[in-house]
Design a protein around this ligand. Structure first.
Ligand code: PEP
Ligand code: MN
Length: 339
């Protein structure tokens, strides 16, 4: 059960409410976010919702039987909009395009990518300054100095930054220079990190874990939300299966399922999803048709020379064509109503 509390609720009204919920055998947790104050009741017994619902200090009450609660569509039917400012939004009914290199490498590289994005009308740039690498000897990123430089150049160009945070200690130092904190697939169940991101007043994009289920992704989002941060985006980036012909198996089934289960926007990452440059565009477009609210992909001036993930990275000409096709496909999707 989720009870949204009125701003005006008094301490004694809240105490009586908690006592009443406990009486039916439900444990309660209070959640305060940037937008609201909620009481989450966890329990299994049937109860008369009207009895609780008529108590004082309640704004709204719903029974949400899912393991995840606040990110569930059973709680909030209307889709959540992530507003990054300056007219840049990620939301249902729109198509966000986020492009950029796997790793931020140099000032020259950043400038070239920004020029390409501006030419293609793309307002969000991805890139890692702290890179999770399978090998400890691979390039590990430019670090916070790289992020500062990137931020200076991107903000002058009106471009928003989507970048991965790997550990709790980085959250604060990254804050002034980050528009969307990316939680990488290897950190989807780093619950300390998720808890701390709950305290931040900036958007968080959570990638699906390498072996994570859809339910687990939603539970990870619930961590951040119940920690206080409602500005969440879900990202399908492929999962580990027995298939070895592609880097991962991009689970496009997850897109309509996530959209049906949650009010949060859903983004597809075809670059990590398939891991093969030639097939990134068609998987991106398949993601659009599956119902994604945005696509995130990797691009670099000379993919062969990229410090990481060059094999799945598009050059600028390919990226410009793909951005165009993403928009065209999205227009077509608008007229696509099957059932
Ligand atoms: C990335 O976006 O470059 C990345 C490392 O992604 P993932 O966490 O999905 O592997
Ligand atoms: Mn990458």
């Amino acid at each position: 059960m989720i009870i949204q509390l009125k701003e005006s609720i008094s301490d004694s009204q809240k105490d009586s409410l908690i006592a009443e919920v406990n009486k039916i055998g439900y444990k309660t947790t209070e959640v305060k976010t940037q937008l609201g104050d909620y009481l989450i009741g966890i329990g299994k017994k049937d109860f008369d919702i009207r009895k609780i619902g008529q108590m004082e200090g309640i704004q709204d009450i719903h029974i949400v039987s899912d393991e995840y609660k606040l990110v569930s569509k059973k709680w909030k039917v209307s889709p959540t909009t992530i507003d990054l400012g300056d007219g840049v939004c990620i939301k249902d009914g729109d198509m966000a395009i986020i492009a950029g290199p796997c790793s931020i490498e140099s000032e020259d590289q950043i400038k070239k990518v920004i020029a390409h994005l501006q030419e293609s009308g793309i307002r969000m740039m991805r890139g890692g300054v702290f890179k999770p690498r399978t090998s400890p000897y691979a390039f590990r990123g430019m670090g916070i100095e790289g992020l500062k430089l990137w931020h200076e150049l991107a903000s002058a160009a009106g471009i928003k930054i989507v970048t991965e945070v790997m550990q709790v200690s980085q959250i604060e130092e990254m804050y002034p220079y980050t528009d969307v904190y990316q939680v990488g697939a290897r950190n989807t169940q780093n619950f300390n990190l998720l808890d701390e991101l709950g305290k931040v007043d900036k958007a968080v994009m959570i990638k699906r874990g390498i072996s994570g289920t859809i339910e687990e992704l939603l539970q990870s989002a619930e961590y951040v939300f119940s920690g206080g941060n409602e500005k969440l985006i879900l990202c399908e980036r492929g999962i580990r299966t027995y298939e070895r012909a592609s880097r991962n198996t991009l689970d496009l089934n997850a897109v309509p399922i996530l959209k049906a289960k949650s009010h949060l926007p859903v983004i597809v990452d075809p670059s990590h999803g398939i891991g093969i440059r030639e097939y990134v565009p068609q998987m991106a477009l398949a993601g659009v048709m599956a119902g994604a609210d945005g696509i995130i992909y990797e691009t670099h001036e000379v993919p062969e020379k990229a410090y990481s993930d060059g094999q799945q990275t598009l050059d600028f000409a390919q990226s410009a064509r793909l951005a165009d096709w993403i928009r065209k496909t999205f227009e077509m999707r608008k007229g696509f109503e099957l059932l």
